[in-house]
Design a protein around this ligand. Structure first.
Ligand SMILES: [Mg+2]
Length: 139
């Protein structure tokens, strides 16, 4: 079964780009959102294996959304996708628990690399399962 992803960005072009890259890499994109509220709602509804998160969005930004998602599930896999020159905000996102960040504009290889790192981290986690209790909270 393909892994499921949700793409969140306030520009349709970026959502389309990410969607096609993720599909090329074997993911199924099961939801798209345009702000942080969409991100949190879609995360709860769809429980995707992966979420790509823009930082600068109206209503609720990607940093706030990533914090909420990690509060729901500490093992959520979030990749931040940010414009250039947002180093401080990217650090905020990583501190909040995002797994990786990709700077726009990017190539498919960079997304593949981020996914590869996450998959390695997942394998490590599953090796350690049993040592620690599951951290997923009830909705
Ligand atoms: Mg944006």
């Amino acid at each position: 079964m393909p892994k499921k992803a949700v793409v969140v960005d306030d520009t349709m072009f970026m959502r389309m780009t990410l969607k096609s890259i993720l599909e090329n890499l074997g993911y199924e994109v099961i939801g798209e959102g345009a702000d942080g509220f969409d991100a949190v709602r879609l995360y709860k509804q769809l429980e995707p294996d992966l979420i790509t998160m823009d930082i600068t969005m109206p209503n609720k930004d990607g940093i706030a959304a990533v914090k909420e998602i990690l509060a729901i599930n500490t093992e959520a896999k979030v990749i931040m996708v940010s414009a250039m020159g947002q180093k401080t905000r990217v650090i905020d996102a990583i501190t909040a628990g995002a797994k990786d960040f990709v700077v726009k504009p990017f190539k498919q290889e960079r997304i593949a690399e981020a996914l590869g790192r996450i998959e390695i981290a997942e394998k490590e986690q599953s090796k350690n399962k049993g040592k620690s209790k599951k951290t997923r909270k009830k909705k």
